[in-house]
Design a protein around this ligand. Structure first.
Ligand code: PLP
Length: 395
């Protein structure tokens, strides 16, 4: 007898993966250039050349140390280098002991949830949200995932809806800004209001409510925007970060959990994150990329191409009559579908080989996610097809 839930999870891919695999099959039939795969968030710009240089420099060193286990939270010098980078950018005073290095943000989130979850605990996520949260919270950590419906006019936070869902059992609220799938960046006013609400509720319930800030897109913002650094606004913040997007290294699996020293029970919480990593069998984050991240933490890939894509796609779709909140970061657009049934709409889009992800998967039905981490030319060639699709709905 096997674990039925895990067997089912293994047999059914996520919708995003399903569409991505469909795109690969379709590419064999009609040619890669005729398939407009907007399904997956795989960075389309290369890692900075400094990453290659750092790999070469590391490869010239001691191969035993290079490929060996590091200490479980990550090599102390790599953690200190990442803490120094944060301190430089955000005027903080973090040390190696505040950082636990992980195999990307997915592992960081899994460790944070498992570190916190006690029987009956609830974790609140705000739609539209990254679908794997539910998996990590419920299947990984044994918590309950509570969803706050989206504020569809601007994709900031619906505070009344959030307040209604906070209760004695709330262990943490999860935010993700810049957001996948909406591309929206929470304003400073939103973060301040959120901090005030959580402080009030924590006082009323007599226990801390942690804020888990999932930030793999922190550096990917447009028009010179600055993303508020959440721990400055709310002390009980835990940051989950990844170099998958900022350095275009998603396959290398490197990120971290930051437990700031001023968070409630910081020392024990950090220990619990380490314990969760141990329970989940992570051992240590990939050792070569701990070193690469330490050397390249202050850089990003050339993200200007994402802004070109955002502008082309947003302007093009709005001109055709699609309704969309203008994204200010990440590399996703989240327009309304032209019929309420977003799954049916995305199925219809396949007739034009436009591969889009239904919003219902992110807790926001009636929308579609378009990942525009593609070449600008792909968008130029896809726009007329979005036009034909819109025409179909006018007939
Ligand atoms: N969180 C969000 C919002 C994401 O979009 C992703 C990946 O797309 C992750 C977490 C997981 O990132 P990683 O590749 O670092 O595990």
């Amino acid at each position: 007898m096997l674990n039925e839930t895990m067997t089912a999870l293994g047999k059914h891919r996520s919708t995003i993966r399903e569409i991505f695999e469909y795109g690969n099959r379709r590419a064999v039939e009609v040619g890669r250039e005729n398939v407009f795969d907007f399904s997956i968030g795989n960075p389309s710009v290369p890692a900075p050349d400094a990453v290659r240089q750092a790999m070469l420099a590391e490869a010239a060193g001691d191969p035993v140390a290079l490929h060996g286990y590091t200490s479980a939270p990550g090599a102390a010098d790599a953690r200190q280098a990442l803490a120094d980078d944060l301190n430089r950018r955000f005027s903080t005073d973090y040390t190696a002991d505040n950082l636990y290095l992980t195999a990307g943000a997915a592992a960081a989130l899994s460790c944070a949830f498992k570190a916190m979850a006690c029987p009956g605990d609830e974790f609140v996520v705000l739609a539209p949200y990254f679908p794997e949260y539910k998996m990590f919270i419920e299947q990984g950590a044994g918590g309950k995932c509570v969803v706050v419906p989206p504020s569809v006019t601007d994709f900031q936070i619906d505070f009344d809806a959030l307040a209604q869902r906070l209760n004695q059992k709330t262990k943490a609220v999860v935010i993700n800004s810049p957001n996948n799938p909406s591309g929206v960046v929470y304003t400073e006013a939103t973060i301040q209001r959120l901090a005030a609400l959580l402080r009030d509720k924590a006082r009323a319930f007599g226990h801390p409510i942690y804020l888990i800030s999932d930030e793999p897109y922190r550096e990917i913002v447009y028009d010179g925007l600055t993303v508020p650094f959440v721990p400055h606004y709310y002390e009980d913040t835990v940051v989950c970060y990844s170099y998958s997007k900022s350095l275009s290294l998603p396959g290398e699996r490197i990120g971290y959990v930051l437990v700031p020293p001023r968070a409630t029970d910081s020392g024990d919480l950090y220990a619990a994150v380490c314990g969760a990593g141990r329970a989940l069998g992570y051992i240590c984050a990939p050792s070569l990329f701990q070193r690469i991240a330490a050397r390249c933490a202050n850089m990003t890939s050339d993200i200007s191409v994402y802004q070109t894509c955002r502008d082309l796609l947003y302007d093009g779709l709005v001109e055709m009559g699609y309704t969309c909140v203008k994204p200010e970061g990440a590399f996703y657009l989240f327009p309304q579908t032209l019929e309420p049934d977003d799954r049916a709409f995305c199925e219809r889009a396949k007739q034009y080989d436009l591969l889009l992800v239904p919003g219902v998967d992110f807790g926001a039905p009636g929308h579609m996610r378009i990942s525009y981490c593609v070449q600008p030319d792909t968008i130029r060639r896809a726009l007329p097809l979005f036009g034909k699709l819109a025409e179909d709905y006018r007939k």
